[in-house]
Design a protein around this ligand. Structure first.
Ligand code: URA
Length: 262
């Protein structure tokens, strides 16, 4: 019997040799993405990690939830990599920090600012967190083919949703001095959005010699408001599921042509 992944509650053979995993944060988003891709079956659901195997005429993928933040994502990457997964696509949500980006737009991350607090356990901070080039290109193609509004650029991955993203609508309303003014600074430096996992994903995948890309749906424009408009969440999740499922099909076709992780 092959390796048993303790946190995912899966055995290597359960994965049937699948090489591509789509990674939303929320377990309930797994089935939405899997449905947009094709037929699906749940393999396991342990803690925040829900694992769904999805298949269509082109091939099969995993959709696995990571929970929120880099810590749990790093566990997922360790265990999926040990079971033979080589390509990771984060499918998440984010807050935009540039004026011209609207709720419902998509962001394809070229790289990430490493405020995730986890990636330093894998490589010093001077090491860059960047997307795999082919996945970046295929994500862009998927966005174009699905006719959606999207932006390419740098993401800031924060270890926290509130102070790290300079939110003041909190219990204390206090943001420590080191983080005050950080929103305006990232904005000035052309960063597009805040989220919590991409820097961990890009750093760890690169250190492992594996491939990672990231696509996020914009839930809120922080220039206009701090709180997420809950009435828009369903709509954003639907766009994200459709485009990420299409991107997964493009990646499988690319693999079928004999490409892969060298
Ligand atoms: N996720 C984040 O980390 N920040 C947001 O503003 C929205 C989603």
């Amino acid at each position: 019997m092959g390796y048993y992944a303790y946190h995912l509650a899966l055995r290597e053979e359960d994965l049937q040799g699948v090489r591509l995993a789509l990674i939303p944060g929320a377990p309930e988003r797994c089935t939405k993405i899997a449905q947009a891709f094709g037929e699906w079956q749940e393999l396991a659901f342990h803690r925040e990690f829900r694992t769904v195997l999805a298949y269509n005429a082109v091939g099969k993928i995993l959709v696995v939830s990571s929970g929120i933040g880099g810590s749990s994502l790093s566990i997922l990457l360790e265990e999926l990599a040990r079971m033979g997964v080589q390509i990771f696509l984060r499918v998440g949500t984010c807050g935009a920090i540039q004026e011209h980006i609207e709720v419902g737009d998509l962001i394809v991350s070229e790289g990430a600012v490493r405020l995730d607090g986890v990636s330093e356990h894998y490589a010093p901070l001077a090491y860059p967190a960047c997307s795999d080039y082919t996945l970046l290109w295929l994500l862009k193609k998927a966005c174009n083919e699905m006719g959606c509004r999207y932006h390419l650029g740098i993401t800031c991955s924060s270890a926290t949703f509130y102070p790290g993203q300079e939110r003041y609508d909190t219990f204390t309303g206090y943001v420590p001095r080191a983080l005050r003014g950080s929103f305006a600074e990232w904005q000035k430096l052309g960063v597009l959005n805040y989220e919590m996992e991409i820097a961990t994903l890009f750093t760890v995948a690169r250190v492992f010699g594996l491939k990672a890309g990231a696509l996020c749906g914009v839930l809120v424009n922080r220039e206009r408001e701090e709180a997420v408009p809950v009435e828009r969440v369903e709509e954003v999740e639907t766009i994200l599921a459709r485009v990420s499922a299409h991107a997964a099909t493009l990646i499988l076709k690319w693999l079928e042509e004999g490409n892969g992780v060298s």
